[in-house]
Write a protein of this length. Structure first.
Length: 243
């Protein structure tokens, strides 16, 4: 027997499906997408927001005391923000992350500053600063291009008790090597170690390849190989003692 009520219900369902199928999906506006991204970013950083605000304010104050250029301060802040938001460190004092970020920014921009100056302003110890800086550069390496060998020169110079003149000469050699393509696919620490070895010999503050290698964590054979490349292809104009 024909059931009118049953037919009516079925027709309503089919009509509803047809309307749903024909109704286009509403696209999110660019503004809605932007807001969503901001909310996501805010949620991901929620646990570190207070610490981040404190860190950036302190970094700005410390960097200002060091009379650093605005561009360097901005770079240091970018590095510090990245380290905190991506949680590069566990159980590390914020002051150390700030100090390492400032030092890294100065190294990148070739701003002449010593670890002692940063230590005094940021109230951190040398060894803690060194370890934090090395860890920071390793973590940044995962997100950026390989660091310049110049980053390591100042730390190695201090550890080896070499003069600032040797440090400047080593940086000069590194820049020359970079211009000649001698640093491609080479460990930045080995390049820094080799440049310091050459610079220390040039300026009469001789350090052996083994001494420098122990500090830099580089095998002396590698330093010897880089040394041969540098002396063959760079116009150093010095008679060096390779040992």
């Amino acid at each position: 027997m024909y059931n009118k009520n049953k037919r009516s219900i079925l027709e309503k369902k089919d009509h509803s499906k047809k309307l749903n199928h024909e109704r286009p999906m509403k696209k999110k506006s660019k503004n809605e997408e932007k807001i969503k991204d901001l909310v996501t970013e805010s949620n991901s950083c929620g646990n570190t927001e207070d610490n981040l605000t404190y860190a950036l304010n302190k970094l700005n104050n410390d960097a200002s005391k060091l009379n650093l250029p605005k561009s360097v301060i901005e770079l240091a802040a970018k590095i510090c923000r990245c380290a905190l938001e991506k949680k590069f460190f566990k159980n590390t004092e914020t002051e150390l992350i700030i100090a390492a970020s400032i030092y890294d920014a100065c190294s990148r921009t070739y701003v002449p500053i010593t670890e002692m100056e940063i230590m005094e302003v940021c109230h951190v110890r040398y060894r803690d600063l060194y370890n934090t800086y090395i860890h920071l550069t390793r973590e940044l390496k995962k997100h950026e291009s390989p660091p310049s060998p110049v980053k390591y020169v100042s730390f190695f110079t201090s550890e080896l008790n070499l003069s600032t003149a040797v440090q400047s000469k080593a940086i000069e050699i590194i820049k020359q090597a970079e211009e000649n393509g001698l640093t491609h696919h080479r460990s930045p620490t080995s390049i820094a170690a080799t440049a310091l070895f050459i610079a220390s010999n040039i300026l009469g503050e001789q350090k052996s390849q083994r001494e420098i290698g122990d500090i830099a964590g580089v095998n002396e054979v590698i330093i010897q190989n880089r040394y041969m490349e540098f002396t063959e292809q760079l116009d150093l104009k010095y008679d060096l003692n390779p040992y």
